[in-house]
Design a protein around this ligand. Structure first.
Ligand SMILES: NC(=O)c1ccc[n+]([C@@H]2O[C@H](COP(=O)([O-])OP(=O)(O)OC[C@H]3O[C@@H](n4cnc5c(N)ncnc54)[C@H](OP(=O)(O)O)[C@@H]3O)[C@@H](O)[C@H]2O)c1
Length: 325
């Protein structure tokens, strides 16, 4: 097998494509032949030692991937050789093969393409958990999505539309705003040239947004929170801009509003039953055509460094997927 190996977490330049012995699955594990793996923002942070999870060295990056079961370890009964699965295990995906925990593999329904499957779990699970569970978004409500052309952002647009909400997508360029419209947004705000608060006021007749989905943080958070509706829910999803924002508490009091944390990874661990139900619903929505990952581009696995550069330069629209065949 071959894999991108991180022996020194100082950034993408220190990754090397290496030949490694193909491992055997142990009890509770499966060997997967990887067909496709997608990039998520944490993949960028993990190779720089900036992510909350710090794997033992050396490790193979690539949090999320899809492929075919090549061998099963002892005690694995729900998966068999030849089965197509998607998996999000945190590492191991940027390779030709990996060992995955069987419990974390999602069997794929027939007709679920590998590229879509590799770009599915992290973004849709995060956005479903955020909007519908943590945010209690209801049909007819308005949601503002920041960084809406990114991975979790595009998934959030589709899930909010599937839930019957009005979607205002905000992003940093006209091209990104156009993608958001094509993805289903009802209105867009280009925050590079428009004042977020004024634009939101105009689009909501002064009411503000019932739910705000924020994977960006930085300087956008406070103006966005100031524009939240009465009883609004502000979803803290991530800090792609870098700085972690701080808010004056009086703003929450004045709007009767809530700041709601979203941590899908821990939700999946602490509430596995609820997570499995949610994943089933998402797979059903995919098969019904209600949701479909927005693929920015696919690149050969050997071009992982180009994929990382694309994400690092803030240019990704939807998801970048690396493929082995
Ligand atoms: N809480 C959870 O459970 C959870 C789960 C998954 C991901 N996340 C977090 O969600 C965030 C987004 O992840 P993603 O995979 O969707 O990433 P992504 O596809 O790269 O999208 C991030 C968006 O953030 C905006 N952005 C603003 N400043 C940026 C900068 N300096 N560099 C890069 N992007 C910048 C960009 O939109 P504009 O150019 O339009 O501003 C970009 O489209 C990350 O912080 C990630 O860790 C959280």
């Amino acid at each position: 097998m071959h894999a991108w190996l991180c022996e020194d977490p100082t950034g993408v330049d220190a990754l090397h494509w290496k030949e490694l012995p193909t491992p055997e699955p142990r009890a509770g594990e499966v060997l997967l032949e990887i067909h496709a793996a997608s990039l998520n923002f944490p993949d960028l942070l993990i190779v720089q030692n900036k992510y909350q999870m710090k794997p033992a060295l050396p490790f193979v990056p690539g949090s999320e991937y899809a492929g075919i079961v090549g061998a099963v370890g002892e005690g694995v009964t729900h998966l068999k050789v030849g089965q197509a699965v998607a998996c999000l295990s945190g590492t191991g995906g940027f390779a030709t093969h990996t060992i995955a925990p069987a419990a974390m593999c999602m069997p794929l329904p027939l007709g679920f393409p590998m590229v879509d499957a590799a770009a599915f779990i992290m973004t849709y699970a995060t956005s479903h958990h955020a909007l519908l569970d943590r945010g209690q978004l209801k049909a007819g409500e308005t949601v503002l999505i920041l960084g809406a052309a990114g991975g979790v952002g595009t998934a959030a647009i589709q899930i909010a539309k599937a839930a019957g909400a009005k979607v205002i997508a905000a992003a940093s360029s006209a091209e990104k705003c156009e993608l958001c419209t094509r993805t289903g947004a009802d209105a867009t705000i280009n925050y590079s040239i428009e004042n977020l608060r004024d634009a939101l006021k105009a689009l909501t007749q002064g009411r503000g947004s019932d739910v705000i989905y924020d994977p960006v943080g930085g300087d956008l958070a406070e103006p966005a929170f100031r524009s939240i509706a009465w009883r609004g829910r502000y979803l803290v999803v991530g800090f792609a801009a870098g700085p972690i924002p701080a808010l004056p508490f009086n703003l929450a009091l004045l709007k009767g509003a809530s700041v709601v944390g979203v941590f899908w990874g821990d939700f999946a661990k602490k509430e596995p039953g609820a997570n499995a139900k949610m994943m089933q619903e998402l797979a059903g929505w995919y098969m019904q055509g209600k949701i479909k990952p927005v693929i920015d581009r696919t690149l050969p696995m050997g071009e992982a460094k180009a994929a990382y550069a694309h994400m690092g330069s803030r240019k990704v629209m939807g998801k970048v997927v690396l493929v082995n065949r």
